[in-house]
Design a protein around this ligand. Structure first.
Ligand code: GLU
Length: 417
């Protein structure tokens, strides 16, 4: 398992290749689906607080829009690369298809470290990003959203910039907005909530009683922190370890989400929280727990550590946390994987609900959002489960089969291939 290729786009293509082989997909269709339809690379000059101008590199990839406007978040990250954005845009294409929302797949990114920017610099960067892509996005073309290190405030600045440029209100141009500007109730917890519904169904299949079952969560951003709270409150699970990029914490009796959130608010990190012991990110992944939730970034479970994973279920709330080499090892060990673009489809599903509410100018309450999200996630979960049974493949390949069939059908009906 030496020299594993960790380029996220090479991984996304390899996953598609495997599904295409099972499907006996037409080679012309396969070739078309292997590449993004459109991508934009641009410079964003930003006036910094000290008067200098710093130029940032930005990307937007519209991977496939056969089923509807491209849809997907914008990531602000120091390690961003065009291939990461391509992979994430491909995964969005499969995600919207498996969730069966009438959207395509896209993604955006900026190479930057938001921690090193002041609020004013962050605002100018966000507005600069939107200025660069304004003519290529919109409710009929491409609808961005938050992702790693972007948030509702950044969506608000981008919405405002877009509306300043076009001269009209169009709240549906971006999702994950603050409620006041047309955001949806239940959007912030949506990715985690969707994952909770899939864990609930996976546990039924595995005959696992979730009440008191143990769980470890890697990542404590929007997704990981809500996953902690919801797994605790809704499923009654015992979350024994959580982590962020600075390190992890552990308590075998369970970690109280309120206490960690309070500690996070004060210090910005999970480490050093009272009544916990430190644990490394590496050790957290290898803990003996019923459910492991990677909720950070890609390439965390690889050919190098997969053999040491002891979890029974892996619920992939991150995008691309598990590599193809790891998949093979985990399959042999009988680990049940809820694959990323199924497990984390709750975010984009509620983004879709947000777009619907924006176009109706009529807003739903949170309980209706949750009910409709549950319906979407449960339906998607069983579409994948039944495909896995019918074709005798693992859940990731099954999710690809469901998604690729749907996208390929739209491409064919349009007469593109
Ligand atoms: N960034 C999220 C994801 O990876 C949400 C995308 C969206 O809502 O458009 O699924």
């Amino acid at each position: 398992m030496k020299n594993e290729n960790l380029n996220p786009f090479a991984i996304a293509q390899a996953q598609l290749d495997e599904a295409a082989a099972v499907l006996q997909l037409d080679p012309d269709m396969h070739a078309f689906l292997r590449e993004p339809m459109r991508e934009f690379h641009f410079s964003i000059p930003v006036r910094m607080d000290d008067g200098r101008t710093q130029t940032f590199r930005g990307f937007r990839v519209q991977y496939n829009d056969a089923r509807g406007p491209a849809k997907g978040g914008i990531r602000f990250h120091p390690d961003e690369t065009i291939d990461t954005v391509r992979a994430l845009a491909a995964w969005m294409t499969w995600k919207t298809a498996v969730a069966d929302v009438p959207l395509g797949g896209g993604k955006g990114g900026v190479i930057c470290n938001p921690r090193e920017l002041s609020q004013a610099e962050l605002e100018r960067l966000s507005r600069g990003y939107m200025r660069a892509i304004a003519r290529y996005v919109g409710i009929t073309q491409d609808v961005p959203a938050p992702d790693v290190y972007t948030n509702p405030q950044i969506m608000a600045w981008m919405l405002d910039e877009y509306e300043q440029i076009t001269g009209h209100h169009e709240p549906g141009v971006i999702t994950g907005k603050p409620l006041t500007l047309g955001g949806s109730a239940g959007r912030s917890p949506a990715t985690a909530m969707g994952g909770i519904f899939t864990i609930r169904e996976a546990a039924k299949i595995r005959g696992l009683d979730l009440n008191g079952a143990t769980c470890a969560i890697q990542g404590y951003g929007n997704v990981g922190s809500y996953a902690h709270q919801l797994a605790h409150d809704i499923l009654g699970m015992r979350i024994v370890a959580v982590s962020d990029e600075f390190g992890g914490i552990y308590n075998e009796h369970g970690l109280d989400p309120e206490v960690i959130s309070e500690h996070m608010r004060r210090t910005g990190k999970v480490i050093d929280c009272p009544e916990t012991e430190p644990i490394s990110n590496k050790d957290l992944l290898e803990m003996k727990v019923d459910v492991l939730i990677p909720a950070a970034i890609e390439n965390q479970i690889t050919g190098e550590n997969a053999a040491r994973i002891q979890a029974g279920i892996i619920a992939e709330l991150a995008n691309g946390p598990t590599t193809p080499d790891a998949d093979k090892i985990l399959a042999e060990k009988g680990v049940y994987i809820i694959p990323d673009f199924l497990c984390n489809a709750g975010g984009v599903s509620v983004s879709y609900f947000e777009m619907v509410q924006n176009s109706y100018q009529y807003y739903w309450d949170e309980s209706l959002v949750h009910q409709r999200l549950d319906q979407k996630m449960t339906t998607a979960f069983y579409a994948v489960h039944e495909m896995a049974q019918a074709k005798q493949v693992d859940n990731r390949v099954a999710a690809y089969l469901v998604a690729v069939n749907r996208v390929a059908e739209a491409v064919r009906l349009r007469g593109w291939v």
